[in-house]
Design a protein around this ligand. Sequence first.
Ligand code: URA
Length: 261
Amino acid sequence: MPQIRLDKFISERTEYSRSQIKQLAAAGKILLNGQITRKTDVKTDPESDTVEVCGEVVRSEKYRYILLNKPAGYVSSTEEKDGPSVLGLVPPGMRTKGLFPAGRLDKDSLGALLITDDGELAHRILSPRSHIPKIYIVKLDRPFENNYINKFESGIVLADGEACLPALVRPVENSEKLAFIQLHEGKYHQVKRMFASVENHVEQLMRVSLGGLVLPEKLAFGECMGLLHKDVENLFETPDFDDFCAEFSGFFSAILINNQL
Ligand code: URA
């Protein structure tokens, strides 16, 4: 990897501005390979050098990828106009300047939300051409009807006349009102509006996978985890929907049932 200036390296990977970095260096708070460095224009090799700021190692990767298990009550936006932003749930040690949610979940929705500062990856994920499958589990107001399977697969037309791409939907075994749905697009309130068009109502919605990236069991609501490069690559995989439902129905239905909002 080419060498870059120490202040640029730190600034791109943390919340510190260049002037704060200068002050921290002057105060002896920046270590380069274990040695205090008061000069911030020295060159560093992001791959082989270890940089510490205020006792914390600065990661070498340029971009940050975070998976949040979104709780209800937070907005998927960098702004706080309609409620607290999901960015407030990112622990200080994981924060960088340009973080934003790559995708949307409604304020009352739960589950997998990617937060990143990599605009190019976000564009690849969010582009209408990417068709990354997303799986949700929903709790319905009325029992699931088997006719939904064909209706959703043929392409639901929403109340405003907008047509949806074919989607897969399956009831969760041994439950009347829980279902999994897989979409390849992300229209506004899409899952809720699709069930409304078959005269049902979504009471709770949780996104459980983005491409081949499944919300991990150990990640509680409100918690974040840093993703590795291979996890990010998983976003572009397509899981087999029926295998997914069979494998994860017990786990995700228990979460939805136990999460009394
Ligand atoms: N569809 C919805 O209706 N809401 C979400 O939060 C995500 C998908």
